[in-house]
Design a protein around this ligand. Structure first.
Ligand code: CUA
Length: 336
């Protein structure tokens, strides 16, 4: 805009309208994806910034080499051969075909190894355990007040380095929050370790990056990076026992056998197969980041989990009558 007049760069009006019609839904899609960015180019963690820098260096070098090679090929195709040029061409093959590529590849190798050393990073300030389940993430923190276990939403303090201990009991998964750092496999029978140093508060998306079964593509997670004091307050609150908003709902939960798989600390339900629900209602999403956590979704999930997420291992409770479901939902949505 210049002095209230639009600048259109000479495109005809019909073309501009067509572009706008295509761009509008695409922009909406892009904005929806911005809710929890999953791009390594978002660069919100120390390691991601290192990887992003390497990406741009390699892309620029590759583009430069591509232009040079094509330029030379174009020049060669338009030039007559003669004995003097043959001599130059042989020298050219030795230098540009052998010596320069060797130097470039060695430089890339050394650069990559230095980057790996840097990504090993500073000593972690604290530890978080991540267990890959089918198909969700068990997240554990050790606090002075006891162990906190939650699912799929990993909260971290900005500016502190966290050590992740990654394990799996069933099949191989892979933990990847591209905006924050590198990728690491979770392998049954061993514990892999990586560090993350989130730089700024915000919410970032992550995915399982190794095919692990039916719901692999629905095995998402979210990392919420908080200002450090907020994180400390959140963790202290998570360490507390569950708040029971409905005794009738707790009775349904216990009698229906939910506690065989789910723990709700302080209520005697201590199952470990499914996600810990002690502070369920403090989460934004359920079913590993694919559904909003609200009353209607919870009810539909309890009636038939596999209908919402094919491959979900939780059994269905299609026969739960409304007079049991409503107090159960009161209980679950009260677990703040
Ligand atoms: Cu877990 Cu793919």
């Amino acid at each position: 805009m210049i002095a209230g007049r639009r600048v259109h760069f000479g495109f005809p009006a019909a073309a501009r309208r067509r572009c706008a019609r295509i761009a509008a839904p695409l922009t909406l899609l892009a904005l929806a994806a911005c809710d929890t960015p999953t791009s390594m180019l978002a660069g919100a963690g120390r390691d991601a910034v290192l990887v992003e820098r390497l990406f741009w260096i390699m892309l620029s070098a590759a583009a430069l080499i591509w232009v040079l090679v094509n330029g030379i090929a174009f020049y060669a195709a338009r030039t007559e051969a003669n004995p003097e040029r043959e001599r130059v061409a042989r020298l050219f093959v030795v230098w540009c075909g052998m010596i320069v590529p060797t130097v470039v590849l060695v430089a890339l190798l050394v650069g990559g190894m230095l980057l790996l050393r840097d990504m090993r990073g500073p000593r972690p300030d604290f530890q978080v355990t991540i267990d890959g389940e089918q198909y969700w993430w068990r997240v554990g923190y050790d606090t002075p007040a006891g162990r906190v276990v939650t699912a799929n939403e990993i909260r971290l303090p900005a500016g502190r380095t966290v050590g992740l201990a990654l394990a799996s009991t069933g099949v191989i998964h892979s933990f990847w929050a591209p905006a924050l750092g590198g990728k690491m496999d979770l392998i049954p029978g061993r514990t892999n370790r990586m560090t993350l140093t989130p730089l700024e508060p915000g919410r970032w998306g992550g995915n399982c990056a190794e095919f692990c079964g039916t719901a692999h593509a629905q095995m998402r997670f979210e990392v919420e990076v908080m200002p450090a004091p907020d994180f400390d307050r959140w963790l202290a609150a998570e360490a507390a026992s569950a708040r029971v908003a409905s005794d009738a709902g707790l009775a349904v939960f216990t009698s229906a056998g939910c506690g065989a798989c789910h723990a709700v600390r302080g209520t005697g339900n201590a199952g470990t197969t499914g996600p810990d629900l002690t502070h369920l209602a403090s989460r934004r999403t359920m079913a590993a980041g694919i559904l909003p956590l609200d009353r209607d979704t919870l009810a539909a999930w309890i009636r038939d989990p596999a209908a919402l997420k094919p491959g979900a291992l939780m059994p269905a409770f299609p026969d739960l009558k409304d007079d049991a479901m409503q107090p159960l939902l009161d209980f679950l949505t009260g677990l703040k």
